[in-house]
Design a protein around this ligand. Structure first.
Ligand SMILES: NC(=O)c1ccc[n+]([C@@H]2O[C@H](COP(=O)([O-])OP(=O)(O)OC[C@H]3O[C@@H](n4cnc5c(N)ncnc54)[C@H](O)[C@@H]3O)[C@@H](O)[C@H]2O)c1
Length: 262
C-alpha cells in the first residue's frame, strides 16, 4: 500500500525501511526539521502536514512525532479519512476526545503505546502468570524496567501497562507505586522501579518472589525494529479490515482490533 510517514526521526527512518521491506511504497516523508524528509513543514503548521499527506496519494498514514505535535496532527489528518496509525506517546488522556472527533468526521485512527508484538505477547504471559501465582500466598510481585539515558519519561508507559496486567491477575495488589518507598510497602502495593543507563532500548522484568525462590519474566528489546514492524503491520491490517468491512470508520482502535491474536 501507499504509506505517508509523518515524523522522519529515528522511528520514521526505521518505518520507511520496514514498510519497503514488506512490499509497501512510502509516498512521502514529512518532518519539521529532518533535512532528508521529502516535505518540510513549519512547526505547528498541522494543515500543511495534512495537505502534504493528501497530495501524496497515500492510502494510509503512520505518525511518530512528538507529544507536543501529536494532537495537532491527529486533528488535521482525521478529516482526510485516510486510515491513520499513531505511535507517538503521551496523549492517553486525550483518547476520549480523539474518539469523539473520529466519530464526528468519519476518520479512523489506531494507536498503541507499544507496537512491539513481543511486548504485547509479554502482557498476556504476565497476566496469565499473575493469575496462576495469585493462588499462592507466599509470593510477592514487583516490576522493574531499564532504558537508555536519553529517555525523558520514567517509568516507561510500557512498565505501567505491564503493572496493570500484573494487577489484573494478582488480586492481592491493587495500587501501583512508582516512587521510592520511605517505609515498609503495604501488601496491596505493587512497586514499579526504573533505571536509566547507556543505550538500552528497553528491558522489562516482572518478579514473583517467595521465601524459597524467585520467578522472573523478562522482555528484552534488541532495537526499535519491533516497534516499526508492529506499526506497519497494524496499518496494513487496519486498511484491510476497513476494506473488508470487519472494522468501521469513524473510530479509535487499539492493538486488539488490528491483531485479533491479542
Ligand atoms: N508506540 C510505540 O511503539 C513507540 C515506539 C518508539 C517510539 N515511540 C514514540 O514515538 C515518538 C517518536 O519517536 P522517535 O524515536 O522517532 O523520535 P525522534 O525525535 O527521533 O523523531 C521525531 C521526529 O518528529 C518530528 N516532528 C515533530 N513534530 C512534527 C510535526 N508536527 N510534523 C512532522 N514531524 C514532526 C521531529 O522533527 C523529529 O524528526 C515518541 O513519542 C516516542 O515515545 C513510540
Amino acid at each position: 500500500m501507499k504509506i505517508a510517514l509523518v515524523g522522519y526521526g529515528k522511528m520514521g527512518h526505521m518505518l520507511e525501511s520496514t514498510a519497503l521491506s514488506f512490499g509497501n511504497e512510502v509516498v512521502t516523508t514529512i518532518d519539521v526539521i529532518a533535512p532528508d524528509a521529502k516535505v518540510k513543514v513549519a512547526s505547528g503548521d498541522y494543515e500543511a502536514v495534512a495537505k502534504a499527506v493528501i497530495e501524496s496519494g497515500a492510502e494510509g498514514v503512520i505518525e511518530f512525532t512528538h507529544p507536543s505535535s501529536v494532537m495537532g496532527n491527529i486533528k488535521a489528518l482525521l478529516p482526510s479519512k485516510i486510515p491513520l496509525v499513531v505511535g507517538t506517546t503521551g496523549w492517553n488522556d486525550k483518547h476520549e476526545e480523539v474518539a469523539a472527533l473520529a466519530a464526528q468526521c468519519g476518520g479512523t485512527v489506531m494507536t498503541s503505546a507499544n507496537f512491539s508484538i513481543g511486548v504485547n505477547l509479554f502482557y498476556k504471559i504476565v497476566e496469565e502468570a499473575s493469575k496462576l501465582i495469585n493462588a499462592f500466598d507466599e509470593y510477592d510481585a514487583a516490576v522493574w524496567e531499564m532504558h537508555h539515558n536519553q529517555k525523558a519519561d520514567s517509568p516507561s508507559g510500557t512498565a505501567l501497562d505491564v503493572a496493570r496486567h500484573v494487577l489484573a491477575g494478582f488480586t492481592k495488589k491493587n495500587e501501583i507505586v512508582t516512587d521510592a518507598f520511605h517505609s515498609k510497602p503495604l501488601p496491596n502495593q505493587l512497586h514499579v522501579s526504573s533505571t536509566r543507563c547507556g543505550s538500552v532500548p528497553g528491558t522489562h522484568t516482572v518478579y514473583f518472589d517467595s521465601p524459597a525462590d524467585t520467578i522472573e519474566l523478562t522482555h528484552t528489546a534488541r532495537s526499535r525494529q519491533g516497534f516499526a514492524s508492529g506499526a506497519v503491520h497494524a496499518l496494513e491490517n487496519l486498511k484491510r479490515f476497513l476494506d473488508e468491512g470487519k472494522l468501521s470508520s469513524g473510530k479509535l482502535y487499539g492493538m486488539k482490533d488490528v491483531f485479533p491474536e491479542f
